[in-house]
Design a protein around this ligand. Structure first.
Ligand code: B12
Length: 208
């Protein structure tokens, strides 16, 4: 499937109603929602970031684009998670302290639920205590998201605080790399939501 230009533009312009209309239609017509997500919605958010870097758009425009994206995501969530009946285990996910970006984190959570995991979603701005409390509630894997180079180093604090417990830490987010994961001693890294699921499967010994 190729890019749905109307949907792409809807997100870029932050036209929430348009996004809802197009996504709802796709869901009703049982169009492959993963394709509209990967071919139109995510590229629109990426382009917003590039324009922000070039000072062509500012925070308010990013914010309304993000709201339109979230509205679309919440409509496709049921279709993305439809296959998940079995519980493969409990994991938690949160965006690290100081960081309020949650679109990627929400997407990873949706895909994990779809794969059959019970997901303890800790939200944004999560400190070490929040992650630890979830491990105490039974989470076997901690997934940390960071979108800012200034908040990414906090992942090291999470890794250090979890060492010694049985839980594993997987990190991700736009500035995060495999090299960085190795450097801070994280158990895994994922470049996108599908990668996150594969990483959790492998850490928990689940065969996909
Ligand atoms: C939308 C957005 C915002 C929105 C966030 C709304 C929301 N509810 O999330 C708002 C407007 C609030 C915002 C604010 C800011 N933002 Co901003 N934002 C973005 C933008 C445009 C898109 C992010 C996004 O949603 N992408 C789409 C999702 C689907 O992709 P993703 O997050 O990367 O997630 C995928 C993978 O990374 C991965 N993943 C994500 N998390 C995890 C976790 C695990 C465990 C795994 C395995 C994988 C994984 O899977 C996801 C799905 O494939 C990016 C640009 C960009 N290219 O990233 C800038 C960007 C991240 N923002 C930036 C900045 C500078 C800011 C502000 C500081 C701006 C300001 N001056 O106030 C503030 C910071 C606020 C804060 N304290 O957090 C910079 C960061 C620069 C840097 N190197 O640190 C970026 C890169 C823009 C730029 N080009 O300069 N932002």
């Amino acid at each position: 499937m190729s890019k749905n230009q109307e949907l792409y533009d809807g997100i870029m312009k932050g036209n929430r109603n348009k996004v809802i209309e197009i996504v709802q239609k796709s869901v009703t017509e049982e169009v492959n929602v993963e394709e509209i997500l990967n071919d139109s919605m995510i590229p629109a958010m990426r382009e917003m970031g590039d324009r922000f870097s070039r000072n062509e758009v500012y925070v308010p425009e990013m914010l309304i684009a993000a709201r339109a994206m979230q509205a679309g995501l919440s409509l496709i969530e049921p279709a993305l998670t439809k296959s998940g009946h079995k519980s493969l285990g409990k994991v938690c996910i949160g965006t690290v302290k100081g960081d309020l970006h949650d679109i990627g984190k929400n997407l990873v959570a949706i895909m994990l639920k779809g794969a059959g995991y019970e997901v303890d979603d800790l939200g944004v701005n999560c400190d070490v205590e929040k992650f630890r409390a979830s491990v105490d509630r039974g989470s076997k894997v901690i997934l940390c998201s960071a979108l800012l180079t200034t908040t990414m180093p906090y992942m090291k604090d999470v890794v250090s605080s979890i060492k010694g417990s049985a839980a594993k830490v997987v990190i991700g987010g736009a500035p995060v790399t495999q090299d960085y994961a190795n450097q801070i001693g994280a158990d895994g890294y994922g470049s996108d939501a599908n990668d996150a699921v594969k990483m959790v499967d492998s850490l928990l010994g689940v065969k996909a």
